[in-house]
Design a protein around this ligand. Structure first.
Ligand SMILES: NC(=O)c1ccc[n+]([C@@H]2O[C@H](COP(=O)([O-])OP(=O)(O)OC[C@H]3O[C@@H](n4cnc5c(N)ncnc54)[C@H](OP(=O)(O)O)[C@@H]3O)[C@@H](O)[C@H]2O)c1
Length: 370
């Protein structure tokens, strides 16, 4: 599709709107919509919490009379009756003349039907090509939703803070704090938008963190599920994670043979436990609970195991302006894919730097969502 610079700018605005709904939209995809006539924005909208209006309906309501106007949407308008009526119908009824769509909706209950319905109603539809930078951005914006729908598991972001020389702690397991307050505040925002935050039991013990989303503006309406991978259920009930179980749900995922009395002790303390076979089983169990996105904040052991299992989609690496300079200090992946040749290394789909206070955030996507 040949889009003008103005088209791109309105789609970018729609993507900004979509980002506002990151926390509140799930399990629905967070979408943004801008309605424009003669280069002037008539109305804007983004996905409300489940049950509330979708982005298109919100933008149409804000715009008023929109006959012949263009709607820019970050995701294909829905064509089915869910908790709300189809957005494609709302656009048709309002008399919208053209719809520019950043990305197809991969859900089997939409998957092209929104576009078909609009075209059948006489609307000009421009759907961006899959490799268009704004199409990629739009798919990344809905990474959790798209991964859940297309792969049947949550989208996994591995987040770590490292020294310039790639160390995640000192040899004595001290890691407080490698990244800056600005970076840590950003992580709290990510936690608030994640379906689950996940660590290995050794991080849960060493850092004794609560892993709740705090320091967010506005304050989070809900806490992410906090998950500990702990095959023998050895997480002490004195751990902060356990002691804060009333502040938000905690799930300890054990191996199939974890001692029943330890599981019982954890459950007694208000923590849920679930037995899984392996990492794929853990992801399947989270998917079954409706978790679409996982923020992994575990150490190098869990990170390496996830990488090896092909279960990391994105790496968010905060590189701090410090040097630890110790080969005995842990790195990012304790084990993993370990290719013999550089040619066989895992190649990223994209890598972008961003500043975060005094740190540099490397945003690395291993897999761009389909
Ligand atoms: N700088 C950073 O960003 C950062 C982030 C996190 C942690 N850290 C630091 O890293 C250190 C902890 O790292 P770590 O690697 O020891 O902790 P970890 O990766 O969080 O936890 C490792 C443990 O997870 C359990 N586990 C459960 N399922 C597993 C699976 N499928 N594969 C592998 N392990 C599994 C294992 O214990 P079981 O076999 O008993 O289940 C394993 O010993 C701490 O010093 C912490 O401060 C730094």
């Amino acid at each position: 599709v040949g889009l003008s610079a103005a088209d791109d700018a309105f789609l970018e605005r729609a993507l900004e709107l979509a980002a506002i709904a990151r926390r509140s939209a799930p399990p629905n995809p967070n979408v943004g919509c801008v309605v424009v006539r003669d280069g002037v924005i008539l109305g804007e909208g983004f996905t409300a919490a489940p049950g509330g209006p979708h982005a298109e309906v919100a933008a149409l309501e804000a715009a008023g009379e929109v006959r012949g106007a263009t709607a820019y949407v970050t995701l294909e308008p829905c064509a089915h009756h869910g908790r709300t009526p189809p957005c494609a119908d709302a656009l048709l009824a309002a008399g919208i003349g053209r719809v520019v769509i950043a990305a197809r909706d991969p859900a089997p209950w939409v998957d092209g039907r929104g576009v078909e319905r609009l075209r059948a109603g006489g609307v000009a539809v421009d759907l961006l090509g899959e490799q268009h930078p704004l199409a990629i951005r739009a798919r990344c914006e809905n990474a959790g939703f798209r991964t859940a729908v297309t792969l049947g598991r949550p989208h996994v972001t591995y987040k770590a803070a490292v020294s310039l020389d790639g160390r995640t702690a000192t040899r004595t397991s001290d890691s407080r704090w490698i990244s800056s307050p600005e970076s840590r505040r950003l992580v709290h925002e990510w936690r608030a938008a994640a379906g689950a935050v996940l660590v290995g039991v050794d991080t849960a013990i060493a850092d004794d963190a609560t892993l709740t989303a705090r320091d967010c503006v506005p304050a989070p309406a809900r806490q992410p599920l906090r998950v500990v991978l702990d095959r023998t259920a050895r997480l002490p009930i004195t751990a902060r994670l356990v002691r804060t179980a009333s502040a938000g749900p905690v799930l300890v995922m054990t191996g199939p043979d974890a001692p029943a009395e330890r599981r019982a002790a954890l459950e007694e303390a208000g923590v849920e436990t679930a037995a899984v076979d392996d990492l794929a089983g853990a992801m399947a169990a989270l998917h079954a609970r409706g978790v679409q996105s996982v923020l992994c904040e575990g150490g190098q052991t869990v990170a390496g195991a996830l990488l090896e299992a092909g279960l990391i989609d994105r790496i968010a690496l905060f590189v701090a302006p410090i040097v630890i300079g110790d080969p005995a200090a842990p790195g990012i992946f304790g084990a993993g894919i370990a290719p013999a040749r550089v040619a066989d290394a895992l190649r990223l789909a994209s890598l972008e730097p961003r500043t975060s206070g005094p740190d540099i955030l490397l945003d690395a996507w291993i897999r761009i969502p389909a």
